[in-house]
Design a protein around this ligand. Structure first.
Ligand code: NDP
Length: 241
């Protein structure tokens, strides 16, 4: 029986590549998204992957969304916490809204989503929880106090939850991508990318979403059961830990 995988923010960027790679690996995939219906419909038409709209920063919306996915596809065995946003500005100018939106979407969502599936995974003695953190959670980034704090929190969440569930067949891992060629990074002005960002990357290029997706497929596999609590950096050599 094909395992069921849910990818948050699974209709665009890195998440879309993850959804497609999991489908190609034989999973039944559900892709969540927030509000970009046009992108989601296009993704659905191109891939045949089921799409589900809800806001991962809302606990109640996650509860209802997971219930619907499980009714449609079956119990979720692989959860990929990928949805994320940025609201960049220097901290001394940061508003409470910019702080809260980023913390709730990038970190609160890990509680909101994982809490819905963990009891079922524990009962079935199998689960894979993979969260997309960031290089900027590892090293900090100018203009991203909110984002760096949330992404560092994702790693702490991963380690503690891995400890609690290591005996039960559930693995919990984080991936820290460097700069990946998606709309999130395309929002950075081209000259800033070329003059400031790419020269800091030893590989001398942005990463591609598919390069993150293949790591998710690896961590999701039944055969990866001894890998838990790990943080996998995928950044072209930009930051080595
Ligand atoms: P994109 O902006 O390209 O796509 C984001 C996806 O997340 C979209 O599907 C979006 O839905 C969804 N999303 C955003 N907010 C919510 C929400 N509240 N509820 C549900 N879904 C939501 O992002 P990337 O693909 O670039 O990033 C994916 C993840 O990787 C993020 O966590 C990001 O922080 C992380 N990351 C990205 C890096 C990069 O260089 N791109 C580097 C390191 C980490 P919709 O289409 O409806 O807007």
């Amino acid at each position: 029986m094909a395992r069921v995988a849910l990818v948050t923010g699974g209709t665009r960027g890195i998440g879309a590549a993850i959804s497609k790679a999991l489908k190609a690996a034989g999973y039944k995939v559900a892709a969540n998204y927030a509000g970009n219906d046009a992108a989601a419909e296009k993704f659905k038409a191109e891939t045949g992957i089921a799409v589900y709209k809800w806001d991962v920063s809302s606990f109640d919306a996650c509860a209802a969304g997971v219930k619907q996915v499980e009714a449609d596809l079956g119990p979720i065995e692989v959860l990929v916490n990928n949805a994320g946003i940025t609201r960049d500005t220097a901290f001394h100018k940061m508003t409470l809204e910019q702080w809260t939106a980023v913390i709730n979407t990038n970190l609160g969502s890990l509680f909101n989503m994982t809490r819905q599936v963990i009891e079922g995974m524990r009962a079935r003695k199998f689960g894979r929880i993979i969260s997309i953190s960031s290089i900027n959670g590892q090293k900090g980034q100018f203009g991203q106090v909110n984002y760096s704090a949330a992404k560092a929190g994702d790693v702490g969440f991963t380690k503690a939850l891995a400890l609690e569930n290591a005996k039960g067949g559930i693995t919990v891992n984080a991936i820290c991508p460097g700069y990946i060629n998606t709309e999130m990074v395309q929002a950075v002005p081209k000259d800033v990318l070329e003059k400031n960002v790419i020269p800091q990357i030893p590989a001398n290029r942005l990463g591609e979403p598919e390069e993150i997706a293949r790591a998710v497929v690896f961590l999701a596999a039944d055969e990866s059961g001894f890998i838990t609590g790990s943080t996998l950096t995928i950044n072209g050599g930009q930051y080595m830990v």
